[in-house]
Write a protein that binds this ligand. Structure first.
Ligand code: FA5
Length: 346
């Protein structure tokens, strides 16, 4: 076969292969095979030295033409394949704008959070500010600064989780009273509420949890009286449980308040006649409160001859349970969507 025939055959073979090629990678391989440095055309050109002088430019020209033809075919094919790839991608990624969208599930505030925020808003509106204290607390603030010295029987009222002999998980939010008064360095007024987690070695049941929330209130100033406490608590009861609510204060005992009271509200379910919710008494117990004990004022640096104050502490879980008719405190902690979804705002 002459070199001319070889080149012609090569050209036909390459053009056929390019025409049949359906893939960009394969095309790249064909480019290397026919036009690469080790390819047949380069081979032909290398062998030209053996040709008679007058044939060299003719064969050279022919080889260049063959190379150009193959190159052009490859480029054309490349364009066609790229175009096909784009079209395929477009077809596969087409968005059907008529499909209905997927709705994103929307969260809602936890009912306990909602009740706590409602109570916070109410007291902020009455001039209280929100204070915080640590959940891991010193025995001193949790008990001693609240007039509950070591070995005092009142410690049994709140079975505690101790971490060391002097450090425990706070059993109520009352230590924030002592901390806040101390930070005020004996100067009033102090007007705070403190929502927070507390811990007790209580056995979990429908109305008790080993971890629960409390909201503490404290108002210390000159001339603060029990009637001020009653006024504030009446506003609170009406706002949370309806304008018709009455309150009553029953004598009680807390080591850190004197006198101490427990506040009941008239039953919002039966209006006071007696029913299942109020256990036929017409009243529902809501919180503990009292006038801050002189010892507590003095221990936190306030002169009990100059300052008086009231304090109260409530359990928002119990309040939320009453408000929404929830029969088990554990519903607040188990994150059952069937429960939580019922508190979606309209
Ligand atoms: C106290 O903890 C006092 N520190 C409250 C107080 C503050 C009185 C300031 C006077 C002045 P008590 O132990 O009663 O009091 O708890 C207060 C509220 O916490 C209760 O009324 C109840 O609603 C809630 N509570 C108590 N134990 C539990 C429990 N195991 N699970 C859920 N809620 C509880």
């Amino acid at each position: 076969m002459t070199l001319r025939d070889t080149l012609e055959a090569l050209k036909n073979e390459a053009l056929e292969a390019v025409a049949a090629c359906g893939d960009i990678k394969d095309l790249q391989a064909l480019r290397v095979k026919y036009l690469g440095k080790k390819g047949p055309i380069t081979e032909v050109l290398r062998g030209m030295g053996k040709l008679p002088k007058e044939e060299r430019p003719i064969i050279g020209q022919l080889a260049n033409d063959v190379r150009a033809a193959i190159q052009a075919a490859i480029e054309e094919k490349q364009k066609a394949l790229e175009e096909r790839e784009i079209q395929e991608k477009l077809a596969s990624e087409t968005i059907d704008v008529t499909l209905p969208g997927r709705t994103q599930p929307k969260g809602n505030r936890h009912p306990l959070t909602a009740v706590i925020e409602e109570i916070e808003d109410l007291f902020i509106g009455l001039g209280f500010s929100v204070a915080e204290g640590p959940e891991v607390e010193k025995d001193y603030y949790n008990f001693e600064a609240l007039n509950i010295p070591k070995d005092h029987p009142a410690r049994d009222m709140q079975d505690s989780f101790y971490i060391t002999e002097d450090i425990l998980l706070r059993t109520h939010t009352s230590p924030v009273q002592a901390r806040t008064m101390e930070a005020h360095q004996g100067k009033g007024p102090v007007k705070i509420i403190c929502p927070g987690k507390v811990y007790r070695r209580d056995t979990d049941d429908a109305t008790h949890s080993h971890q629960f929330m409390q909201i503490e209130g404290l108002y210390v100033d000159r001339n603060v009286r029990l009637s001020d406490l009653k006024g504030i608590l009446t506003i609170f009861a009406k706002k949370m449980f309806g304008e018709d609510r009455k309150i009553r204060l029953r004598p009680s005992f807390f080591p850190f308040t004197e006198p101490s009271v427990e506040m009941d509200i008239s039953c919002f379910h039966c209006g006071g006649d007696g029913c299942r919710v109020c256990k036929q008494t017409g009243w529902i117990e809501i919180l503990g409160a009292g006038m801050v004990h002189p010892n507590v004022l003095a221990m936190s640096g306030f002169d009990p001859e100059v300052y008086t104050g009231f304090a109260f502490g409530m359990g928002p879980e119990r309040i939320a349970m009453l408000k929404y008719g929830i029969d088990d405190i554990r519903h607040f902690y188990t994150n059952d969507q069937r429960f939580l979804q019922q508190f979606k705002r309209a």
